[in-house]
Each structure stands twice: as C-alpha cells, then as structure tokens.
Design a protein around this ligand. Structure first.
Ligand code: FAD
Length: 501
C-alpha cells in the first residue's frame, strides 16, 4: 500500500489549496516544495482577489463569474489577509468610452454575488480625495469593489491548515525522480538528504515549472502545451494616502494597477511578456519598468521615474496555450488534465488559474481525483483559514480587542499583526505585558516573538522568508537587521533541528 493517497509537487497557492482540500476530506497527503512555500509565482502576483474586469472584454464570463463569486467566499475564509478594496477607474480620452466602462462595471456588479462589497458608482474627482493625486484633466471616474490579499501569506495559511488536517508538508524538498507503476514512487532531495515516498495519485502543480517537471522528472510529455508569460511590478514611495487602488487604462488597451502597498509605498503593475530566461530569477527589464512609469505618468501629477524604485519583482504564469497572438490575450482560466493510462498510477496536471480561484481549482481537482478514493464531500466554502475565525466586517473590532488586551501596542502595530495572524496573534503575544517581553526588537516592527512563531509554526527558515513572504517588512529592513534576524533564527536552532528530522 502506498504511503500517501496523493502527492503534490509544488507549494504555491494551487498545490497548497489541493493539499488542504484533500486533507480535509480525510486523504493522506504529501506536499513537496523545493524552496519556500509561495516562493514561485504565488508571491509575485498583483495581490488582488478579483473578477478581472479586463477579462469581460475577452468574454471570459465563466472565469469572471466564478472569480467574482469567490471574492466574498475567500473574504469570509480569511478576513485577516484579505480585505475589501475600492478601485478608481478614470476614463482616458481616446480609449474605452465612459459609457462602455460604466456598462462594464454594471455587468461586473451583476455577475458577482455581493453581500459585503459595495456596488460601483460614479465619483466627482474634483471634490474627492481620490482625485487629488491625479492630473487636473480627470474630472470624474468610476469606483468599484474587489479585494486585496497578502498572496504569500495566503499560501502559508493554506498549507498550515492542510498540516493541521494531517497533510505532510515538506519545504526545501525537491522531487528529483519518479517511477510510475501502479503507484508513484518519488525520490526527494531535502538539502542533500535522499527521501523516498510512494503515492497513489500524483499532482503536478509546479506552476511555471510544470513543463520542466513533466519532461525531466515525470519523463512524460505535458498533456497540453503551456505558455509561460511574465508579469512585472515596481514599488515606489507612496503616491497617495488613502486606501483606494487605481486601475489605469494603458494606451495599448491593457490595464495597470497602482495600489497602496505595505503602508508607505505604491505598487504598480503589471506587464505581460513572453517569458524567456531562468525561472528561478525572473526580473523586470528596463522596457517593462519604463512602460509602467509611462502609464502612471499619464494619470498622476507626481511623476514616477525608473531611478526611484524601492523594489521590483516578476512572476511567471503557466497558462494553457490557446494560440492567442498577444500574451495578454491568453486565457487566465485554469485547466486540470487527468491522465490515467491502464494499469499505471494517475497523474493530474494543473495549468493556469488565479490566486482568486485557487479554492475552486482545488475543488475541481478533488472532483477529478476523488473518484479514486472514498472521500468526504466538498467542505472549504464555509471554512476559515488559521486565524481567520472572525466575521469579515469585524476586522477593526479585532484590532481594538488586541490593543485592549496588549495596550503597549500602537494601533499600526496591532493592525499589522491582526492583518497577518488574525486571532492567532495570541500565539505570538501570549502573556506579554510590555514590548520587552516579546524578545529582541529585530526591526522597528519585528520582534523575536514573531520570528520565533514564524520559525516554529510557519516554516520560516531565513530572514528572507520572514521579511518578504511571511511579512512585507523587507521594504524597510536594513542589511544589519537582516543579519540580526538570521542570527536570531540560528539561535533558535529550530530550523536546523527541523531540517535534520
Ligand atoms: P507557483 O506559485 O509558481 O508554485 C509552484 C511551486 O512549485 C513553486 O513554489 C516551485 O518552487 C515548486 N516546484 C517546482 N518544481 C518543483 C519540484 N521539482 N519539486 C518541488 N517543488 C517544485 N491571480 C490573482 O488571483 N490575482 C492577481 O492579482 C494576480 N496577479 C498576477 C500577477 C502576475 C504578474 C502573475 C504572474 C500572476 C498573477 N496572478 C494573479 C495569478 C496567480 O499568481 C497564479 O495563478 C498562481 O500564483 C499560480 O500558483 P501555482 O501554485 O500554480 O504556481
């Protein structure tokens, strides 16, 4: 008998989502991630839980409706790491007509089931704070709802829930070879240590690596061709003080978002480019950076220039190749292909998808592979991720409750902690009576207690894991602070002990 019912290659949002859903249905699950959780495309997204307004033009109604409906399901599931956001769409002369935009937003509102999110409306930009950073020629715009998410934390929380439901999650473990018989035999490399595991079903959820995994590790052709498309973002100092994001129409008919980011910053993206190069180090090129600056500068008074970037990052989508000419036209919908040749173990390959649809993708995966087992029914629609067990509209009550219990925290400190950990702040703050009880102050915002929690509970092993994927404090941390965090982690010894297990 195999060690596991299902083995999943890839600890991005899709692999983690399938692991959680399957574990919650009572299956024995192994999830293998070669680096840190969420270190691939799932930490390089625009960080929106959205229907995708632009996909309406592609008549992708199924995808848009499913994604719109997921917004509130996910918001209820993770009201800490997901938050409602309003978006401003200013019409630009010569592009889509205002009437077209307004009708599109009416359709967007109509397609999506909304209970918590307010509808679209027209805004007078001359008398609204949202109009202030824009050039004076923008006199009105359309405001609508979607949500923002901490993408990397969503992956970690999903994996955490999978583990708490019995899944075996192995980070820094690469699948290096497989043998396909009646069961799968997987050879794994965990920092030079060889491990072997067997499973009845294998899921290739390796994101942009699916082709490489198929060719070199599964030694079987991908069932459908994949199209790798790179998207890049830049981060600059804050261009506006409010919480509304901007969706900017670019002259090439694409859209670019300008979003409030990590308190003091504005994140701008994305591009759509054919990907070539090293999957382990995708990065924006000068042309993409200039493109994003140019789009911003058509709308904002305060010009953005390439020399003022505080951060930039790129991610690569692995989409089913539908033959579209332009990268931005390739469908963002997901596709799951199950191959079950006679007498050998089944293989499920995951293409595409969005952070927004990951829960539905996982359900669809279970519909396909659940037939090989007797499993419990679908369960994730009414569930909570760890720390998300409070009503979505009560976020600020949670913050107030946190300050009441730990009065030494400032409002921004409490808000950041509740955003990241929800009700699990308790596991970090415990019985602390003062900030000094939380261990060394590693950065202005980061305490030893938080890092200890991340190492012990959330698979963090380096300052990079802590600063870029478990928090976004990397934008403010100095090189000395990074060294201090790594020293502190080493002193805990937990990472080493876990690696040796
Ligand atoms: P990944 O996150 O890449 O995970 C695959 C994992 O497999 C990696 O962590 C990798 O290390 C691991 N792996 C590979 N090979 C092996 C091996 N041999 N052994 C073990 N592990 C292995 N979606 C939205 O809903 N909203 C957005 O705003 C949004 N914006 C986006 C912006 C950009 C620029 C891009 C590129 C995508 C965006 N998306 C968005 C889409 C979304 O980010 C992706 O669909 C999603 O992150 C894909 O997740 P994944 O799990 O399939 O892949």
């Amino acid at each position: 008998m195999a060690d596991f019912d299902i083995a999943i290659i890839g600890g991005g949002i899709n692999g983690a989502g399938i692991a959680r859903d399957a574990a919650g249905r009572g299956l024995k699950v192994l999830l293998v991630e070669m680096n840190d959780l969420g270190s691939g495309t799932s930490s390089a997204s625009t960080k929106l839980i959205h229907g995708g307004l632009r996909y309406l033009e592609h008549r992708a109604f199924r995808l848009v409706r499913e994604a719109l409906n997921e917004r509130e399901v996910l918001l209820r599931m993770a009201p800490h790491v997901i938050r409602p956001m309003r978006f401003m769409l200013p019409p630009l002369p010569g592009l889509r007509a205002p009437l077209t935009l307004r009708l599109g937003l009416m359709l967007y509102d109509w397609l999506g089931a909304r209970r918590l999110l307010p509808p679209a409306r027209t805004i007078d930009l001359t008398h609204n704070v949202v109009g202030q950073p824009l050039q004076r020629s923008f006199r009105f715009g359309f405001e609508y709802s979607d949500c923002a998410v901490d993408d990397a934390r969503l992956v970690v929380l999903t994996a955490l829930d999978a583990r708490e439901r019995g899944a075996d999650i192995r980070t820094h473990t690469k699948v290096v070879r497989t043998e396909r018989r009646e069961d799968w035999e997987l050879v794994l490399n965990n920092r030079g240590h060889r491990q072997v595991a067997t499973a009845r079903v294998l899921v290739n959820a390796a994101g942009p690596w699916i082709g490489e995994v198929a060719e070199t590790i599964l030694r079987t052709p991908l069932p459908k061709p994949v199209r790798l498309i790179k998207g890049s973002h830049i981060v600059v100092r804050r261009r506006f003080e409010h919480d509304t994001g901007y969706i900017l129409q670019a002259p090439d008919k694409r859209v670019v978002f300008a979003l409030p980011f990590a308190g003091d910053f504005t994140m701008i993206g994305t591009t759509d480019e054919k990907f070539v190069g090293d999957l382990n180090a995708p990065a924006p090129d000068a042309r993409e950076i200039l493109y994003l600056c140019d789009v911003m500068n058509q709308y904002f008074r305060d010009k953005v220039t390439p020399d003022e970037l505080v951060w930039s990052f790129s991610g690569v989508r692995a989409l089913v190749d539908d033959g579209s000419d332009r990268p931005e036209d390739v469908t963002r919908d997901y596709e799951l292909v199950l191959e079950e040749p006679f007498r050998v173990a089944p293989l499920l390959t995951v293409y595409g998808g969005k952070i927004t649809t990951y829960r539905r993708l996982a359900e669809a995966a279970m519909t396909k592979i659940g037939t090989f087992f007797s499993t419990r029914p679908a369960w994730t629609a009414d569930s909570h991720l760890p720390g998300g067990d409070f009503p979505a509209q009560d976020f600020y009550d949670q913050v107030a409750g946190t300050i009441a219990r730990w009065p030494f925290l400032s409002e921004p400190q409490a808000r950041r902690l509740v955003r990241a950990y929800g009700t699990r702040v308790e596991m970090i703050l415990g019985e602390a009576q003062s900030i000094d009880d939380l261990g060394p102050q590693l950065t202005e915002d980061l305490t030893g207690a938080e890092v200890r929690y991340l190492v012990e509970q959330e698979w963090a092993e380096t300052a990079e894991d802590v600063l870029w994927r478990r928090t976004k404090l990397g934008l403010k941390a100095s090189p000395d602070e990074r060294i201090a965090i790594n020293r502190f982690i080493a002193s805990l010894g937990a990472a080493e002990a876990r690696a040796a297990r």
